[in-house]
Design a protein around this ligand. Structure first.
Ligand SMILES: NC(=O)c1ccc[n+]([C@@H]2O[C@H](COP(=O)([O-])OP(=O)(O)OC[C@H]3O[C@@H](n4cnc5c(N)ncnc54)[C@H](O)[C@@H]3O)[C@@H](O)[C@H]2O)c1
Length: 323
């Protein structure tokens, strides 16, 4: 029998890629309230439940018994916590996390996997290592820091369920249209060029990120689900161990789309907590889970350009909020 996996946030960017790429390995139920996700991201054979991970009755609609829960639902980027988003951002993220964790244990799951973030590291020394001291620079990162502490405590109280967090680096790939202005900068730059617009870069464009293809993220999550030795409570980086600047990204997209239009550079409007550069140390996940990133940035950008969905990007905002 295939392991039964509940994916919260399953119609979102990372969730839908996980579900679509793993439908032969696992029996998957995807739960999403479509706050940002899109049910059309999911292959039609995947069981989809529209519902809220904050509500026990919606979680229960997904089924009674699961082998693992992958919790990706939540308020998924820092700008979403600004102004009117502050209270809802915290409530949604923390409540859905606690509810899904408790549901997972009661549904007999042996593993609870959840999304943390590289934003936790802020401007820490590079490469970013799991055992570094972290001091979250924004509310979004604080929620993920809370997840990690809650998970550690929960696993101590209930050792029958393993709690495994993933500090995703800057993830890019298909199925991000519903995130609009909150999507990864690679998606946004491709969509800008597809709409004959110049991408907007904050500052010099020399800021750099550990851009990680969503296929590699899915591979890392899958390895953790399939890992047979006990993990207890763990936190892993998932990245590539490399980085690229925004200027590098633009050059890669220009090449893939055969475009020469240059980006527009504007003064960085983000005054607080801007992250200048990140790349991860991936030794821990490589040694323990056997993770190895396999998609080059060039290949990942080419795939995304080849799979552009013009009918979806027309609906998205073109205001980049990710810097
Ligand atoms: N994409 C990245 O680069 C990145 C990096 C670090 C961490 N993360 C984290 O990974 C997770 C997935 O990110 P993503 O990029 O796929 O974002 P996403 O916004 O596409 O996915 C989150 C999904 O959760 C859904 N959702 C939100 N609240 C919900 C609720 N209460 N009940 C049910 N569904 C709910 C949304 O509709 C959305 O489909 C998030 O927790 C995010 O913070 C993402």
């Amino acid at each position: 029998m295939k392991p039964r996996i509940l994916v919260t946030g399953g119609a979102g960017f990372i969730g839908s890629n996980f579900c679509n790429l793993n439908q032969d390995k696992f029996e998957i139920v995807a739960l999403d309230n479509l706050f940002l996700g899109d049910a059309e991201n999911l292959d039609s054979k995947i069981k989809f439940i529209q519902g809220d991970a904050c509500k026990l009755e919606d979680l229960e609609k997904c089924g009674k018994q699961f082998d693992a829960v992958l919790h990706l639902a939540g308020t998924s980027s820092a700008p979403m916590f600004m102004e009117d988003g502050f209270v809802d951002g915290y409530v949604n993220s923390i409540e859905s996390f606690c509810r899904a964790l408790e549901f997972a244990r009661k549904a007999g799951a042996k593993k609870f996997l959840y999304a943390s973030t590289s934003s936790l590291y802020g401007n820490n020394p590079l490469p970013l290592l799991e055992d570094q001291h972290v001091h979250p620079l924004n509310h979004y990162a604080v929620t993920k820091f809370a997840y990690e502490h809650c998970a550690e405590c929960y696993n101590r109280v209930y050792p029958e369920i393993e709690t495994i967090g993933f500090r995703f680096m800057s993830v890019y790939g298909p199925n991000e249209e519903a995130k609009g202005a909150y999507a990864n900068i690679i998606s946004q730059f491709i969509w800008d060029y597809a709409r004959d617009k110049a991408p907007i870069i904050y500052g010099t464009g020399e800021q750099f990120r550990d851009f990680t293809n969503v296929k590699d993220v899915v591979a890392g999550l899958t390895l953790a689900i399939q890992h047979e030795k006990p993990l207890g409570n763990e936190v892993f980086n998932i990245g590539t161990g490399n980085s690229a600047s925004l200027n590098d990204i633009v050059k890669g997209i220009q090449k893939a789309m055969n475009i020469t239009q240059e980006p527009e550079y504007i003064p960085n409007p983000v005054k607080e907590g801007y992250i200048h550069g990140q790349h991860s140390d991936i030794n821990k996940i490589s040694e323990i889970l056997g993770y190895k990133p396999s998609v080059s940035l060039e290949q990942g950008i080419a795939d995304q350009v080849a799979n552009l969905r013009p009918e979806k990007i027309r609906k998205t905002s073109s205001d980049n909020l990710r810097g």
